[in-house]
Design a protein around this ligand. Structure first.
Ligand code: 7RM
Length: 652
């Protein structure tokens, strides 16, 4: 699409309505019906959620739907349940044991499939392996794995046994893994010898070794043989997955542990404004209900659908919408191991055709990257199995939306632009595909039960198109229960700005028709390819380099990644500035945090713009990094003359 077309798309206020045949077969068939359900749900939230919760299989029914203590909420108090039981046994009991639960495609094109019965068997065996290695209810396990079925199996096995899992994205460095192991005190780490990406092997086990070495409380490391590359196995600590699974006494059955509704299920670390990543804690019942209900309605799931979410399970999207959401609904979920462009840029579309994928859920960054490769790639595939598309992770620019709609969905598939966060557990603002008239770039309306609003600094509701902080006014079942062992941080981060109201950390507006438009983060979080990176974290890694005195990083727009990182660096006295050092500092960050946190550009500066009280004015740095002439009001700067020098040295 050329620039002119793009402008016409923006000018054209077209609304895209679901086709009659799509609506007819959906659970929620019209916008009017949505509004009716929505109004009921927010007038009687506890009744609404309790009715939905009856669809799940409980070991013991709850006593109270919601118990509130300050800003902490307990859902389904007194109830007993197990999420893995609801994802597996429940469907087998209903006669669906032979339905395909997971389809896996490896980067080199191999396929493995598991029926619900087969998956239950693997999960139960691995729960037994965990138990035989001394793990007990509420212990923590870190999972550092590529996108292979054993990853999903490991998560479900933990859940079945009441063990808390913490999945660490395989693209993270050994330092990041170590920080997470330390924070949650994991007794056991599950990894693999390696991971394939673009045809190359990434040595995961080596990273896991470096991380575990410094953590004496890690008693065992279980290793899946994936690539067959050579790895060192530490005696007494390291065990092969396949040997453990086939060892004597490991049975195919493992009764799911009856868990209190509010018992922890998993910890997932995510970046915030300050300091180290937060361990977002989700619990068994509320999380399960929320991913179940959102998956059903947002993806309009039918018995014969083949659903594919391209996220990595190392992020919340994979937890909720590759594993727990689809499996709790008894759906067929596809999981792909490798790169979207390997061996060629039509890989995604080939997978869609090969497995007859009907629902496809991906991120704007992937859409933009594939769009750049040209139309011939999707046009060389049929894509006729598709009936619904989704996007998540960052705002989708209308240009990418239209391309996705026309070239992938062939103008036939609704697009659900789903807004949510690690903390929210599942989707909060989203179209319902058979009901909602779509506007490209808008996440449209809140899901039933969700009370979203846009507030101004003074806490008053913003007017249409005015913009402000996105907040959620009422609790919902999928919300985080706390920050792992840090209730204070939970309260300060999410309920510190407006009393008793959940602060999302995004700026947003709603238009005259009530559509929500998410504009981006309001805090110092940078979204690189849809992944959350805390600026404070990148800065502390830059500063940990011996040549660096001080640093500040800001986001710059990037046509593919959405945002990239621009770093301002003050070197120590007497250190010479050169390109070699610049590269060295950039690599230093990549080694310590992982590749996604790598600054795209780095500018050496004498001083950072600071207020008289010593606060770095990021707003000014952001304007400079973006190449703006006007950097706004600088009267509060201690030394306004730094601005011109910063402008001169800008890295283009
Ligand atoms: C699911 C996920 C959360 C942040 C969130 C937003 C941004 C996510 C959308 C979006 C605009 C969307 N979890 N975000 N989805 N912005 N439209 N549909 O991404 O914890 O990693 O990030 O992502 O800024 O606060 S996350």
């Amino acid at each position: 699409m050329v620039a002119e077309d793009f402008k016409s798309v923006l000018r054209e206020k077209r609304v895209f309505r679901p086709s009659k045949s799509f609506s007819r077969h959906s659970d929620i068939k019209s916008h009017a019906e949505y509004k009716k359900i929505y109004n009921y749900s927010v007038k009687n939230p506890e009744k609404f959620w309790a009715e939905k919760a009856l669809q799940l299989d409980w070991f013991k029914k709850w006593k109270k739907v919601l118990v509130k203590k300050g800003d902490f909420y307990k859902w389904f108090a007194g109830g007993k349940i197990n999420i893995a039981y609801n994802c597996l046994d429940r469907h087998i009991k209903a006669g669906n044991g032979n339905k395909i639960a997971l389809i896996w495609e490896s980067e080199d094109g191999k396929t493995r499939e598991y029926t619900y019965s087969e998956l239950l068997k693997e999960v139960s065996r691995f729960s037994n392996v965990l138990k035989s290695n001394g793990l007990r209810k509420k212990d923590r396990v870190c999972i550092y794995m590529p996108m292979i079925p054993e990853l999903a199996i490991a998560m479900l096995s933990c859940a079945r046994a009441g063990i808390i899992h913490s999945v660490v994205f395989g693209g993270f460095s050994s330092d990041s893994l170590r920080d997470r192991i330390l924070d949650c005190r994991a007794k056991l780490v599950i990894t693999s010898d390696g991971s394939y990406r673009n045809g190359k092997i990434i040595p995961l086990k080596q990273n896991a070794d470096m991380a575990a070495e410094k953590c004496g409380f890690v008693k065992k490391v279980i290793v899946v043989k994936r690539c067959g590359n050579k790895v060192k196995m530490k005696k007494g600590r390291d065990l092969w997955w396949h040997q453990q699974m086939s060892k004597k006494g490991i049975k195919d059955e493992f009764p799911a542990v009856s868990m209190e509704a509010e018992n922890p299920l998993f910890i997932l670390y995510t970046s915030g404004t300050t300091g180290k990543p937060k361990g977002v804690l989700h619990t068994q019942a509320g999380y399960l209900l929320f991913v179940y209900q959102t998956f059903r309605w947002v993806f309009d799931i039918k018995d014969d659908d083949v659903y594919w979410c391209t996220a990595d399970i190392g992020w919340i999207t994979g937890h909720s919408y590759i594993v727990y959401g689809p499996l709790s609904c008894g759906a067929t979920s596809l999981m792909y191991e490798g790169s979207p462009i390997y061996p060629r840029p039509n890989r995604f579309w080939k997978i869609v055709d090969r497995h007859k994928v009907t629902i496809f859920y991906t991120a704007p960054t992937a859409i933009r990257a594939l769009m750049k490769e040209g139309n011939k790639w999707p046009n060389s595939c049929s894509l006729k199995s598709l009936r619904l598309l989704g996007t998540v992770g960052e705002p989708i620019n209308p240009e990418a939306w239209i391309w996705y709609y026309n070239l992938i969905g062939k103008k036939r598939c609704p697009i659900v632009d789903t807004w949510w966060q690690t903390e929210t557990g599942g989707i909060l603002i989203t179209p319902l595909p058979g009901a909602t008239p779509l506007k490209p770039g808008s996440a449209t309306f809140p899901f039933p039960g969700i009370v979203a609003a846009v507030l101004k600094e003074n806490g008053k509701r913003a007017k249409p198109d005015e913009g402000g902080e996105l907040v959620i006014r009422k609790p919902w079942p999928g919300m985080l229960s706390t920050v792992w062992r840090n209730d204070k941080r939970y309260k300060e981060t999410y309920f510190g700005k407006f009393r008793h109201i959940y602060l999302a950390g995004d700026t947003a507006r709603y238009d005259k028709d009530g559509y929500f438009w998410i504009m981006g983060r309001s805090d110092d979080v940078i979204k690189v390819s849809g992944h959350r990176i805390g600026s404070a974290e990148v800065e502390s890694h830059i500063v940990s380099h011996k040549a660096v005195a001080e640093s500040a990083v800001v986001p710059i727009p990037d046509p593919i990644k959405g945002q990239a990182i621009y770093a301002f660096v003050v070197l120590k006295k007497g250190v010479e500035r050169n390109d070699k050092l610049r590269q060295e500092i950039i690599n230093h960050v990549a080694n310590h945090m992982g590749h996604i946190a790598k600054p795209e550009k780095m500018q050496f500066v004498d001083d950072l713009p600071k207020t008289r009280s010593g606060k770095i004015m990021r707003r000014v740095l952001k304007a400079i990094a973006e190449g703006k002439e006007d950097v706004g009001n600088i009267t509060t700067l201690a030394d306004p003359s730094v601005v011109d020098k910063l402008k001169e040295g800008r890295v283009k």
